[in-house]
Ligand binder design. Structure first.
Ligand SMILES: Nc1ncnc2c1ncn2[C@@H]1O[C@H](COP(=O)(O)OP(=O)(O)O)[C@@H](O)[C@H]1O
Ligand SMILES: [Mg+2]
Length: 449
């Protein structure tokens, strides 16, 4: 065990020198105790520092990729857990399944001095590789969960909630979270909700809420990350050159958002807008008349190849369509066939539709070979007309409010709002269009059976 003197990290020394930090300490009652055995030592700079010293009930650290947003949020959360015995905190993301490989890994490997499964760890993780909560020696607890299963994190009041990739949440989900940090948990004077996000589109609720003042947004920059920029000289580091050159090679909207950090405006000429999709969010209906799983296979699997679109969609008795799930990804033929058959079972779907690529009936053959695949109801569809001809009627059903998204589907929605007729259409969008073409019988006789 290090003595207090020895474990006095550079961080703690720096913190004590800063007036703003002193003020933050007073506000949050963060103890001045050395941080060395609580967290790996970090210093925060620029906007990120401003963020960890901020006081606001709703706060978001926004910026392009790799500016240090997640690290700053997790660091603050960990400090608070140590400083307020019995603190009830939560880390939340859109879905739980996206947490272990990202934000939780950063927490365990970069914030905690040793990972929770190390015998010397002061912090215990419950749930193993898929942790459900972290418990501190002072009884502080961090609950972990996705908005796809919110009971776990929201069953009672929290003192602090951290939302990773907050732009993926709907406004309704964010507002629900704000009602869980009202002070009833009672372990901290000023309970709050914080989030990190990458810039999304210009009509996003995060921007609107920042404008009205109910939320405080701070814009994080690459220059604030000491791994990328030497904080004394302001020069790019070797790692910085590497990271930024990777981000430089992104194209289009992803370049604007993840490299430049720009909130993008709607794309002129696209068949959908984020504003339109936002209007068409709805809860999942309890009863659906028909459900299909639509599969648009990538031709080859592997790094750099296309993703396979696997979309789950339904239609109710009244003739409204719903996007229910997006299971797309870069997968081997066997993996996507299994994912499609699993989705068929989980959702008790009526049909799998698969696009016939280049004349081959690859999808059906694959599906039939995986376990349970022999019995699914399956239909091949073939693109005999242009993508635009297929996509346009689906887009106009959105305009009429007849298609709803149950939750948010960031990748699909980005594809919808950035695809320009004439370009090759991306996989998720293709799958979605096939799904609704089938459900609404938009092209009836044009498809093969
Ligand atoms: N203040 C800091 N001190 C040291 N390393 C940092 C700091 N901020 C960020 N990093 C490192 O930079 C990388 C990106 O940080 P991260 O928080 O994941 O970025 P973001 O969430 O903005 O994409 C990580 O490897 C992280 O450890
Ligand atoms: Mg991050």
């Amino acid at each position: 065990m290090l003595t207090d003197q020895l474990s006095m990290s550079r961080l703690a020394v720096e913190q004590m020198a800063s007036e703003a930090w002193q003020e933050a300490l007073r506000r949050h009652q963060i103890s001045n105790a050395p941080a060395g055995d609580r967290s790996r030592p970090y210093s925060f700079y620029g906007r990120n520092r401003e963020f960890v010293e901020l006081g606001a009930h709703e706060r978001i650290l926004s910026g392009p990729a790799e500016t240090g947003k997640t690290l700053a949020c997790l660091w603050l959360l960990n400090q608070l857990c140590w400083s307020f015995p019995g603190l009830q905190a939560a880390i939340v993301r859109k879905t739980y399944k996206s947490m272990p490989g990202t934000v939780l890994e950063t927490f365990e490997k970069k914030i905690l001095p040793v990972p929770p499964d190390d015998p010397g760890s002061a912090i215990e993780a419950f749930g193993g590789k898929k942790p459900e909560r972290y418990i501190y020696p002072n009884r502080s607890t961090i609950w972990l969960g996705g908005m796809d299963n919110p009971d776990r994190v929201l069953s009672s009041e929290r003192d602090v909630i951290y939302v990773n990739q907050a732009e993926e949440l709907t406004l309704e989900q964010w507002e629900t979270l704000t009602t869980r940090v009202t002070g009833r948990a009672g372990n901290i004077d000023e309970p709050f909700i914080m989030g990190d996000c990458n810039p999304a589109w210009g009509t996003h609720w995060i921007l609107a809420r920042d404008k009205t003042g109910s939320l405080k947004k701070i814009d994080s920059r690459h220059e604030d990350n000491p791994v990328l920029y030497d904080q004394e000289t302001g020069e790019l580091t070797v790692q910085g050159k590497r990271s930024l050159s990777t981000l430089d090679s992104l194209t289009g909207v992803r370049h604007l958002r993840l490299r430049i950090g720009q909130w993008i405006t709607e794309m002129p000429g696209a068949l959908w807008t984020h504003t339109l999709i936002e209007k068409n969010r709805a809860a999942r209906p309890t009863e659906l008349a028909r459900i299909v799983v639509a599969v648009d296979p990538a031709v080859t699997a592997g790094e750099g190849s296309n993703e396979t679109g696997i979309m789950v969609q339904g239609i109710d008795q009244a003739g409204n369509g719903y996007v229910l799930d997006d299971l797309s990804g870069r997968m081997s033929p066997e993996a996507w066939a299994r994912a499609a058959v699993d989705a068929y079972r989980t959702w008790q779907a009526n049909l799998i539709v698969g696009e016939v690529n280049n004349g081959g009936d690859l999808v059906e053959r694959n599906i039939r070979t995986v376990e349970g695949g022999a019995n699914v109801s399956y239909k091949s569809v073939r693109a005999t007309r242009g993508k635009y001809t297929r996509a346009e009627p689906v887009s106009s059903m959105y305009t009429q409010g007849k298609i709803k998204h149950c939750g948010t589907f960031p990748e699909l929605e980005d594809q919808m709002c950035t695809w320009l007729p004439g370009e090759t259409s991306p996989d998720r969008l293709d799958g979605m269009v096939w799904g609704f073409t089938e459900l609404f019988d938009l092209m009836g006789s044009w498809v093969l059976s």
